[in-house]
Design a protein. Sequence first.
Length: 157
Amino acid sequence: MGYKKKSWREKLADSKGLPRVERITGKMRSRWGTGTVVIPAPTGVDEIMKGVRKGKLITVNKIRNILAKKHRATIGCPITTGIFAMIAAHAAREKMDGGKTRATPYWRTLKSDGEINPKYPGSIEDQKKRLESEGHKVIQKGKKYLVEDYQKHLIQR
């Protein structure tokens, strides 16, 4: 019997015993400082992304801050938060491709500098269209596509 690849929705549902708060130690200390780091569950990241209403935006760093506050940690893990945001985006697209109209609005989650995430499903063009239809202006700077004045549209939490 062959190995069946997990769907994005299965990956999203697999919490792997997370969330977990750990002390920042060793090499991580030079990069992240002292204190604690929360390693979120994929569904925890998805839940925050789901809460971003039309016309509003969030960055992965803002998601990390919300998670840190929620779990009383110094920081939210930048690596797993980014990976889980990508899994949430692909799971939402999988849902949409299956005919569901209500899915996580992943296009509203930007990289920390306001850039549209090129690793999210579909094309940059698709995300750009969705953002523009919600009233945002997308500009190109070199190879990057940024939401102009994205800071003005960030959720307050």
